[in-house]
Write a protein that binds this ligand. Structure first.
Ligand SMILES: [Fe+2]
Ligand SMILES: [Fe+2]
Length: 280
């Protein structure tokens, strides 16, 4: 195959009680149906609240199953819980192996790799990093073997959280490790990837659309397909809108298109809180 077309969606946060998010997913589905990429990747927060509601995960999967193309998934903090950080308070809820197993049972593999159009594609479970759970070490071992197998091919990495803000050590304050791959796992990940021809890191989680290049690697932050977070609740780093990202991979080249599906609406997080009965 000389060309591979991949559509990234992220942060769909699906649950039966959120009609605005369901409507946005249907708009995205119609767009995907019309464009028929080779693969759809959801980079996490597939469901609204996996740790407390298995039904959210089941419902989210059922909507993806209706898509007319193959899908791969990566977990987000709303699917399996969040990373413990080296410093700062324990996240609520923290990542747990039982949540990861629920994700695998209902949705599918939480880390994966494949090759297409001369590229190596690697999907990582970002939430297990710094957890100290057995799977954290297992995944790093697996990553080492995937890196060895890539043997010089360009690499595209997918994961829920951006690896860093603007450069590898940035930022180091504890509160921001909620947003990025936390230290010290981040440094280890970057060191391992430094031996590869890493061309792309595609992430979600922040609900802001961003696209920048640091040295050799393009960093694409996919926006949420479902909702945005207003400035009163979250600082503005890049573009706050809902949408998706389309990629076209060819041997040694990559095209990125930032897209909004027809009918996608910029649902604000306050609307969701209202639908939850104001309990937050
Ligand atoms: Fe999210
Ligand atoms: Fe997230």
């Amino acid at each position: 195959m000389s060309e591979f077309r991949l559509t990234q969606i992220s942060d769909t946060h699906l649950g039966r009680r959120f009609p605005g998010l369901i409507a946005n997913f249907h708009a995205v589905s119609e767009h995907i149906d019309a464009n028929r990429p080779d693969l759809v990747v959801n980079t996490g927060d597939v469901s609204f609240d996996g740790p407390t509601s298995r039904d959210d995960v089941v419902f989210a999967k059922s909507l993806h199953d209706a898509l007319p193309v193959a899908c791969r998934y990566l977990p987000g903090n709303h699917d399996i819980g969040d990373n413990p950080t080296a410093i700062g308070p324990v996240p609520k809820p923290p990542v747990e192996e039982t949540h990861r197993q629920q994700f695998r049972a209902v949705i599918g593999e939480d880390h994966w790799s494949f090759e297409a159009a001369g590229w190596s594609f690697i999907g990582l479970n970002a939430l297990m990093m710094n957890s100290g759970l057995p799977f954290e070490a297992e995944q790093f071992d697996w990553l080492a073997s995937e890196i060895a197998r890539a043997s010089g091919r360009p690499v595209a990495l997918f994961l829920h959280k951006p690896v860093f803000l603007n450069e590898p050590g940035d930022p180091e304050t504890p509160e921001t490790s909620i947003r990025y791959v936390p230290q010290p796992a981040r440094a280890r990940l970057i060191e391992m990837l430094a031996t590869t021809d890493l061309r792309l890191i595609a992430s979600g989680h922040v609900h802001q659309r961003r696209d920048f290049t640091y040295r050799h690697t393009r960093h694409v932050w996919a926006p949420s397909a479902g909702f945005k977070i207003n400035d009163a609740r979250q600082d503005r780093i890049a573009l706050k809108e809902v949408g998706l990202v389309e990629y076209r991979f060819q041997p040694d080249s990559l095209e990125v298109r930032h897209v909004r599906a027809a009918g996608q609406v910029d649902v604000d997080i306050e609307e969701l809180f209202a639908q939850m009965g104001g309990a937050h």
